[in-house]
Design a protein around this ligand. Structure first.
Ligand code: ADP
Ligand code: MG
Length: 675
């Protein structure tokens, strides 16, 4: 039987290579494909030349006034020329290297041509001939293995073949109430846009579907919380105290307070579902370590899930240090480990030999079973979905859950996105930290940056130099980083050795370089943003961020938090030539404040103002269509509707909510089998 959970392989022309290319875009099922929405539309509606500005892409509709001519030029280059009469203006149209166009064009016929307008020469460089129906052309996020047109073709095939399976997820009553589209009409309007109004309604529908299913997920967690009992973790307070006393530093008051909140939760038989907020460097990890240790003293296991391998490794290393003198066995469970080793590890997790499992979402895979998981910790909570949190909970009888985030979230938003959780806040930095001094310079002032770096090196201090990672083109990013690396190597020579760290290196290589940098074998470390959540290097005092305007504010703040962890004065230099006012303001905020809370508020406020970057790090979950800040109203509406549905007795037996329930179940299923 056909189902939207079918693999894209069922579509014509999708072999192993395409499966791989699609997977890189996050598409593996038919459902993924039909909800892979265009991120913008090209306007193909015909316009008059006098209303079009120079170099704009535009469609002209008119009558072919001259027989097309084909001319060859250069080596193997072909040009097709003809005149198009639009009203009473005659425009020259030129197609390069598409000789077949000639056969599609006949004198005296009316046609529509899409191309780029040169206002001075009154000529159009043709891109394609379009049929009159299409006014809006969808543009998809693509990668180098798969073309726009292919994605559109596959989406079309999927929608046509699965029409019957594309059933409403949003209950009928809400579709009526908010004048939304039915699901089939919605995906059709998004992938084959016909008119503006319909596309807008479709977008509104897609957004509501996403918000509603998200809020349903939260409500389900919440309602399970009410019926299920948690486990009382009977930790040995004396051992926990001793552990805290042997730490190499005194806890801050804020750390003590949140530790007490968490310990009280662990002890009580009600279930813990707590969010721990604290700025970068505020010391969340040690609080997590205390909570884990307490769990172990009760004879139970603990786990910590991080969004990336490098962060998981970092946590594993830190915890090993905290538990150095104790008999605690920690395992690192990530995606790429060998089957034999993984099997052994899984056996030891199951029989309880391993006390703490640190890893990526590899932890929530189906075959990972704990002996008795008492506590599950999630780092960088917003990078995970609510379903993943739910799956982590299912790894034990009723483990307590502690989610950590470095990004303070404004209250209104916190209620709608983490409404089901209690919150603890570390609002104090460890004593003796000097605020980081931040400067913003233009690219043209690079020499000053080099001079400052030289000064820090001469004082024996080290520097991070970060180049941006722009997902669209990994190869380009790497090239930029390599060029900068070479430039610095030449500039500093043997006196101050420089290293490079990038995403294409394997884990062992990265570890080695980080370890060497930490030991002082290198003075400077050039890297793509992979070190964003990297290792502590107390001797590093300088963070230089190239093209800083390409990062989100929250991310800049995270990066800056990599320095200033030792006793020396630390600096952050932002190198950027922002193109607009908002960009300039963003740089200025970084210069003006070190307060993560202020920064994240500013970040959120500036969203939807052409700020395309940094969504990931802004502390709220990501959505495909809606923006939880800009579309907060819709998110709140969805929250109320979800709560209403879940509050009805036996709602999950109600045929009105059948598809919604199935949709949520599928989503959980998919997360379970994620590699
Ligand atoms: P976060 O995870 O909140 O970014 P970490 O837990 O990584 O912060 O702590 C940052 C650094 O500060 C670590 O090197 C940690 O050992 C240290 N640290 C944590 N708490 C204290 C404290 N109370 N006093 C001094 N140093 C601390
Ligand atoms: Mg941390």
């Amino acid at each position: 039987m056909k189902s939207l959970t079918d693999s894209v392989q069922v579509l014509p022309g999708v072999g192993p290579k395409r499966v791989q290319a699609l997977a890189e875009l996050g598409i593996s099922t038919i459902e993924d494909l039909i909800t892979y929405y265009p991120f913008r539309y090209e306007d193909l509606a015909a316009k008059e030349p006098q209303n079009v500005v120079d170099q704009q892409k535009v469609t002209f509709q008119g009558v072919v006034a001259t027989q097309p001519t084909v001319a060859r030029f250069g080596r193997q280059k072909v040009r097709v020329n003809f005149r198009l009469l639009i009203g009473n203006e005659s425009v020259m149209v030129t197609f390069f290297n598409q000789p077949w166009i000639k056969n599609q064009i006949n004198a005296d016929e009316e046609i529509a041509v899409y191309g780029k307008w040169d206002a001075n020469r009154r000529s159009l460089t043709g891109i394609k001939i379009i049929d009159e129906e299409a006014n809006l052309q969808p543009v998809y996020p693509a990668n180098k293995h798969i073309r726009q047109a292919t994605i559109q073709q596959l989406a079309t095939d999927a929608i046509n073949q699965y029409q019957e399976q594309i059933q409403d997820v949003i209950p009928e009553e809400l579709i009526t109430k908010y004048r939304l589209l039915h699901r089939l009409a919605m995906v059709q309007a998004l992938h084959f846009p016909a008119d503006d109004q319909k596309t807008r309604d479709a977008r509104r529908t897609a957004m509501f579907e996403e918000f509603l299913t998200f809020q349903m997920g939260l409500q389900l967690v919440k309602s399970r919380e009410r019926i299920e009992n948690g486990t009382a973790i009977k930790y040995q307070i004396q051992l926990v105290r001793e552990f805290i006393q042997q730490l190499p530093f005194e806890l801050t008051d804020a750390q003590k307070r949140v530790t007490n909140e968490i310990l009280a939760n662990l002890k009580s038989p009600t279930h813990m579902n707590r969010l721990l907020q604290g700025d970068v460097g505020s010391g969340k990890t040690v609080v997590a370590a205390i909570a884990m240790y307490a769990t172990l003293t009760a004879g139970m296991q603990a786990t910590l899930m991080a969004p990336t391998e490098i962060l998981a490794e970092q946590h594993a290393n830190n915890l090993s240090r905290f538990f150095e003198k104790l008999d605690v066995k920690i395992a690192l469970l990530v995606g790429g480990i060998r089957k034999k080793i993984r099997d052994e590890m899984l056996a030891e997790i199951k029989n309880g030999e391993i006390d703490i499992v640190v890893g990526t979402h590899a932890i929530i895979q189906e075959d990972v079973q704990f002996k008795n998981l008492g506590l599950g910790i999630i780092d960088e909570q917003h990078r995970f979905g609510v379903h993943q949190r739910q799956l982590l909970r299912e790894k034990g009888a009723a483990p307590d859950i502690l989610a950590m985030t470095a990004t303070p979230i404004p209250r209104t938003l916190a209620i709608t996105t983490y409404g089901d959780m209690d919150v603890s806040i570390i609002d104090q930095a460890p004593a003796g930290r000097k605020p980081i001094i931040t400067k913003w310079v233009k690219r043209g002032e690079w020499e000053k940056v080099l001079a400052f770096m030289t000064k820090e090196f001469a004082n024996g201090r080290q520097a991070f130099i970060v180049t941006p990672l722009i997902e669209e083109s990994e190869a380009m990013d790497l090239q930029n980083a390599m060029e900068l690396y070479q430039e610095l190597c030449e500039f500093f020579g043997e006196k101050y050795p420089i290293a490079i760290l990038h995403g294409k290196m394997d884990g062992a290589q990265k570890d080695q370089i980080m370890a060497d940098f930490k030991e002082g074998k290198y003075m400077g470390l050039v890297s793509t943003t992979v070190i964003e959540v990297g290792v502590d290097v107390p001797n590093a005092t300088l963070m230089v961020i190239q093209d800083a305007d390409r990062f989100g504010l929250a991310q800049l703040h995270q990066l800056r938090g990599r320095v200033g962890r030792g006793q020396y004065q630390a600096y952050c230099i932002l190198v950027a030539d922002p193109k607009n006012e908002v960009g300039k303001q963003r740089m200025q905020i970084m210069v003006d404040t070190n307060d993560g809370f202020e920064i994240s508020e500013a970040d959120l406020k500036m969203r939807g103002q052409g700020d395309l970057f940094g969504k990931q790090q802004s502390g709220v979950p990501e959505f495909k269509v809606g923006d939880p800040v800009v579309d907060l109203g819709a998110l709140q509406t969805a929250q109320i509707d979800a709560a209403k549905i879940v509050s009805q007795p036996a709602w999950d037996q109600d045929p009105r909510y059948q598809n919604l329930r199935l949709y949520l179940e599928n989503k959980i299923q998919i997360n379970k089998s994620l590699d």
